[in-house]
Design a protein around this ligand. Sequence first.
Ligand code: CMC
Length: 436
Amino acid sequence: MSQNAARELKSNNAVLYLPDGQSIELPVITGSENEKAIDIGKLRSQTGHITMDPGYGNTGSCQSEITFLDGEKGILRYRGIPIEQLAAKATFVETAYLIIYGHLPNQKELELFRYNLNHHAMLHEDMKHFFASFSGQAHPMAILSAMVASLSGYYGEESGMDDPDMNAARLISKIRTLAAFSYKKSIGQPFIYPQDSLSYCANFLRMMFAVPTRDYEPDPVVVDALNLLLILHADHEQNCSTATVRTVASSHASLYASVAAGILALWGPLHGGANQKVIEMLERIRMDGGNIKKFVDMAKDKDSGFRLMGFGHRVYKNFDPRATVIKNACDKVLDKLGIEDPILDLAKQLEDVALSDDYFVERKLYPNVDFYSGIIYRAIGIPVNMFTVMFALGRLPGWIGQWRELMEDPGHRITRPRQIYQGQTAVDYIPIEKRA
Ligand code: CMC
């Protein structure tokens, strides 16, 4: 295509010129917030070329109506509503409904949703035996993913994919029971069954911390803190675990199978597993005498293999709006609970030192959602190895909403990236006796 012809392009199209003389006109897609993407759907069939983008930093995998995120401006909205408003005013259950169904529930819709969550809170009694088979050292994320996949053995066949509302309610409700039971198993206490009269968060806290011998009244400060943290984690568009859920779902795997895969992707320390690693890092700094500069220098040294956990983000290059809300909440929650945690002071000092250091400034590395969330989890009594499980509880509505969006898209295709092969070109098979 000549330059003149390029000028006659439809105004929305882009042109790609290739070194072999070919060129191709590519449509540009514009999102509702004016984000732009070049549609390369015909690139390979028309030119024989593919694109290369390891880590997918420049690749859109879908068009979605769920979450808007502007990393440069620090904006995060679920279905158009700013995260700050939801954090201040909404419940996690409302937020889950919003993400999955696209609008805030009216009174009737909310009551039905709550009824379904209560109705599905218990586990099939047989599933209780599964917990006994895990070793005492099993990480709760291993147990959670295995148990979520196992749900398909009890509830998948009968309702399959034809009743997505039922499966969504089941999963949101049962994941809370599974998480609490895995904790009870790890400390050798009896399982505490869910109770319909309690809110989503209070019910979870009771299953975690009540014992049969004593009354348990969830502290409203703790209930509110948990509600806030779950809302802030509820969706984050095409992050590693959500992209995993969509990839697994694209083969038409069930909601349970897709979410179980998402849980495992979340576990990694570069993703949701970072919240556990942040507290372990802060403890390590404290035990080492609190020499923050030493650890900042280590994070800057590529040979050390050490990174500041809870710092940096693929998308946020200014600030993580979730971290801002959590940092403010941290002081308030600890204050209300009358807790003084030396780790909080250490975290603030670490943030100050890192944010005035050229290495972090130049690379736009800021505290992310995981940096302060662990301090609140710790203050409300959640054990460190359960932190990533809490992230999974929060992220579940996002996974479900994204799973449904993919399934309802008539144009969706199985996820199947290509590669550029860099290995040995064709050679003959060598019989074993002739091999070197
Ligand atoms: N400490 C020190 N250096 C860092 C860090 C860090 N935490 N994060 C990134 N860098 C450096 C990195 O070495 C690289 O430097 P250079 O350009 O000299 O090679 C540069 O910053 C860009 O890093 P990257 O690894 O290419 O960035 P990415 O977008 O691929 O990775 C990240 C994003 C979040 C995985 C990464 O910042 C990281 O490993 N952070 C620590 C783990 C963490 O806190 N994860 C939670 C993320 S938020 C929760 C969630 O949604 O998952």
